[in-house]
Design a protein around this ligand. Structure first.
Ligand code: ADP
Ligand code: ASP
Ligand code: MG
Length: 436
């Protein structure tokens, strides 16, 4: 069993969808194909949901019509037969009806997730129909029946594993399944999602749940690069990378992978192969136990970081102080990324700021609190990075002109994290590229 995941660009035009069909029919092993929404659709759905929630109904309707302007020529080019075009149109009409239902009456919070789910629901039904038109048998598995999050909002892997095995057992001998990335239900049964870019996570969760032989993530670039190709022009793909290296890069901003998607594969020891739909012959990246042989494998940057500093004279020689500080973040379910301490102060970073005011108010009971947004965590990743002499010196020499706010070194042997103001990010990534 191999899981194939194709991202938005890979299904972004009728031609691309046909390339996906060609890729998955080249080999005979049993496959589950996880698809994203057509490129740009989720962004459009976000705009529709925002307009609908704000009860700007004319704007919501305009956005929906703009989406149809993209979708209609797409479907008439995608399907060759009149009858299939008709079926494709029905799928779209049904989806539009669901969206329009949120534009009448009172707004309900669950509408937002229902609207956002439409992109994957349409792309997968169309792809299933395309295969049918081509005479290829496949089964469309509804992700909403096996993907679920628990009360903490975390994926319920045991549920997915049970449910998916039961569903697959209904189709003995069928070698090809299609399903939606990104969408799921929450513990109360309402439609939800795995956050932006979540189709990667769907694929790895399914791969782990089924103990697949491999998870293939097909996208618009030839694997994980050593630096952000959107910022730095001279980057190169990394052939092999360990789960740990990939997990750090994904978490610290390498957009090619959803921040959490490496973890299920790492736990289940299922390799992840990244491939380029536009260049299928390129080797891509294999994420497994084998690390890159480089001292520094890659760098990434995570934006939108807020740094909080707490000064407290009571911290001096006190035990239990950090626990009480951490409890505040736990109470507001706000994860911490970096931490540094001195005798009288502790600095922490967060990227989820929904409860900022409550957190600051509670932290003030410990002492003086300062905070500042718009920071970036630079993350330098490599297995054994910490063990190799001279690496830290080279990293800091590359960014010697940057105002460094925090450094985390030695927390794991795989990464050095450095906090800088966001406006230095571009230059820092360019300078760090001289290390390769
Ligand atoms: P998909 O829609 O297939 O999920 P994404 O846009 O989410 O694709 O991810 C692929 C993009 O990630 C690439 O086009 C590239 O611009 C960006 N990216 C950012 N960092 C990296 C990196 N280190 N290596 C490769 N791609 C990266
Ligand atoms: N369509 C969703 C998004 O754009 C999920 C994904 O593409 O992975 O975020
Ligand atoms: Mg993505």
């Amino acid at each position: 069993m191999v899981i194939y995941k194709f991202g938005g660009t890979s299904v972004g035009s009728p031609e691309r969808m046909r390339e996906v069909e060609a890729i998955i029919t080249r080999t005979g092993e049993t496959k589950i194909v996880v698809l994203s929404a057509v490129s740009g659709v989720t962004n459009a759905l976000v705009r529709i949901a925002e307009a609908s929630e704000a009860r700007e109904l004319v704007l919501a309707e305009q956005e929906l019509e703009a989406l149809d302007h993209m979708y209609y020529p797409f479907l008439t080019t995608l399907f060759h037969k009149e009858a299939t075009q008709q079926q494709g149109k029905q799928i779209l009409d049904e989806s539009n009806r669901t969206i329009r239902q949120t534009l009448t009456g009172e707004w309900e919070d669950e509408f937002r997730k229902i609207i956002l789910a439409q992109g994957e629901l349409v792309s997968t039904q169309w792809f299933h129909l395309l295969l049918k038109e081509s005479g290829i048998d496949s089964v469309l598995l509804p992700a909403l029946e096996f993907m679920r999050t628990n009360a903490e909002g975390e994926p319920d892997v045991a549920y997915t594993s049970d449910k998916l095995s039961q569903m697959l057992a209904l189709y003995p001998g069928i070698p090809l399944f299609i399903t939606q990335g990104y969408i799921c239900r929450n513990h109360q049964g309402a439609i939800d999602n795995l956050k932006r870019g979540g189709s990667d996570y769907t694929a790895t969760l399914m791969g782990a749940a089924l103990k697949a032989d491999e998870i293939q993530i097909w996208t618009d670039i030839d694997g994980v690069h050593n630096n952000d190709p959107r910022v730095v022009s001279e980057t190169h793909p990394i052939r092999f990378m360990s789960y740990r290296e990939a997990a750090e890069l994904a978490y610290f901003g390498a957009k090619i992978l959803h921040p959490s998607c490496v973890i299920p594969a790492e736990v289940a020891l299922v390799p992840i192969r990244l491939k380029n739909t536009m260049q299928p012959e390129a080797p891509g990246t294999l994420i497994s136990l084998r690390s890159s042989s480089q001292a520094i494998t890659a760098v990434a940057a995570k934006d939108g970081i807020t740094v909080i500093k707490i000064y407290s004279h009571r911290m001096f020689m006190a035990y239990g102080f950090l626990r009480r500080v951490f409890e505040v973040f736990e109470k507001y379910r706000t994860p911490l990324d970096m931490i540094t301490t001195s005798e009288v102060a502790v600095s922490l970073t967060i990227d989820f700021t929904d409860h900022m005011h409550e957190i600051i108010r509670e932290l003030k009971q410990f002492g003086e609190v300062e905070w500042e947004g718009e920071h970036t965590i630079l993350c330098v990743v490599g297995d054994n990075l910490i063990k190799r002499p001279g690496i830290a010196q080279r990293v800091f020499a590359a960014i010697e002109k940057m105002p460094i706010r925090m450094i985390s070194y030695g927390g794991s042997r795989h990464n050095i994290s450095i906090l800088i103001p966001e406006n230095y990010k571009r230059e820092a990534l360019i300078q760090l590229n001289t290390l390769f």
